[in-house]
Design a protein around this ligand. Structure first.
Ligand code: GAP
Length: 425
């Protein structure tokens, strides 16, 4: 956020007035279709049921559903999703498939809509009049604060508001570690622009966001856009794309970029009765800004970075596991390691630690053989290890070992901070 003078930071509330979620459409539309197996009671999301069926069974079920289907010429997954989405066909298709959990056939209930928002109660009385929701996205906190931020920061359209924070969704099935959880971290930015300039900003943010992942070292060939076809766009969206990463379990969305038009501010204006018109003092016009949204999962992206940077390699006949994090992402920037716990080395190492700690997140480790300590830091993705050895006591230099090349060079202690900050940048 500090890189741009046209984007403000915000920390909005997790609990907001329930009308906010009526205005946003979440109370009515934020649902997943759900089915239950009547036999084993397992619960599934209808729209992701294909993911739980093996390729062999996909073909078998499709043939059973319609022997005339040529399974060689279609994508089995797309065909099944098409059938499940079609209300007239889904009942018949569900009757020919086996429950992925207990294996029984034809045991599914009819699909039901399940709202993903977590509910709680405001105040001491647990009744329907006091229901409030844990936010399922951080975006709405930005929309309802749009004029507040515009007026207090004196930003002029086009400008953005960004926030990082927890979001909660009562997902029917959580899976794949951090990929789908019920409590997760989002990092969203809403860019407010004049109607008519929205397509240009949408294209610009698409490129900026995929470049952001690449600039932090994510493998370019494992990143792609998945543009939403017009007929599948959400009711508020003019354009939408997902940035997808190729996880070991397949391609998955890590960020969505949407042209949300003036839908959100218009709805909040309608439901709150408070004008959301922006006065453009250059053109002297009043309008409701269009919004380009960049909506990333912080926890999901973190998992993608974690997977992307994990390597195993053989070094001197031993397996080395290393997280090749971009230095900006590495949780520990440098480790300070006295070679032995005597001969004045720990004292020098502690002094280096005290000098560097105000500027960098560092880790002091004096336990075990130096080779093992290097390996531990490789596993944590620490880009630099600083070792205090016998020569340090003579010429005030230390070795700096670089994680990926494992090369070591000698650096004067009083040059260390400069050296490290230069490399970490
Ligand atoms: N404001 C728009 C919005 O929330 P979304 O596609 O529903 O859009 C944005 O969510 C991002 O949040 C996704 O790309 C994903 O990275 C992350 N996300 C969504 N649901 C998640 C879940 N259950 N667990 C982890 N991350 C999730």
């Amino acid at each position: 956020m500090t890189y741009r003078d046209d984007v403000e930071g915000l920390d909005a509330s997790i609990l907001m007035h329930p009308r906010v979620w009526e205005a946003s459409g979440h109370v009515e539309n934020f649902t997943d279709p759900m089915i239950d197996c009547k036999q084993c009671k397992a619960r599934f999301r209808l729209d992701t049921l294909t993911e739980t069926i093996s390729e062999k069974n996909k073909e078998k079920f499709l043939k059973e559903f319609d022997p005339a289907i040529n399974t060689k010429e279609i994508s089995l997954e797309d065909k099944i999703n098409e059938l499940l989405e079609d209300q007239n066909q889904s009942e018949k298709f569900l009757s020919v498939i086996n429950c992925p959990q207990c294996g029984n056939k034809g045991t599914f209930t009819q699909p039901r809509k399940f709202n993903l928002m977590f509910k709680t109660f405001l105040g001491p009385v647990d009744d329907s009049a006091n229901v409030i929701y844990l936010r399922p996205e951080t975006a709405q906190g930005i929309f309802v604060n749009f004029l507040n931020v515009a007026n207090s920061s004196r930003q002029k359209v086009p400008f953005g508001i960004a926030q990082i924070g927890k979001a909660f969704r009562n997902e029917i099935n959580t899976k794949n570690f951090l990929f789908r959880t019920r409590e997760f971290e989002q990092m969203e930015m809403q860019y407010f622009c004049k109607p008519g300039t929205d397509t240009e900003f949408y294209e610009e943010w698409k490129e900026r966001r995929i470049e952001w992942f690449k600039s932090l070292g994510m493998t370019p060939s494992k990143l792609r856009f998945h543009d939403h076809p017009k007929e599948k766009l959400a009711h508020y969206a003019k354009n939408a794309t997902d940035i997808e990463y190729e996880f070991p379990f397949g391609w998955g969305e890590i960020e969505g970029i949407h042209n949300r038009t003036d839908f959100d501010l218009s709805r909040h204006q309608q439901f709150s009765g408070k004008s959301q018109l922006y006065f453009d003092d250059e053109s002297k016009e009043k309008y409701i800004p269009f919004i380009i949204e960049t909506s990333a999962g912080a926890s999901r992206s973190f998992m993608a970075f974690l997977i992307d940077s994990y390597y195993e390699e053989e070094v001197n006949g031993e397996l080395r596991s290393v997280l090749r994090f971009h230095p900006k992402l590495a949780p520990i920037k440098a480790a300070i390691l006295p070679l032995v716990n005597k001969d004045g080395m720990p004292e020098i190492a502690r002094k280096i630690e005290a000098d560097l700690r105000p500027f960098l997140r560092i880790f002091y480790d004096d336990k075990g053989a130096i080779g093992r300590r290097y390996r531990r830091m490789d596993e944590a993705g620490t880009p630099f290890c600083i070792t205090v050895d016998t020569q340090t006591t003579q010429d005030e230099t230390v070795t700096v070992r670089e994680r990926d090349s494992m090369e070591q060079i000698r650096v004067k202690i009083d040059q260390l901070l400069n050296y490290l900050t230069g490399k970490l940048r």
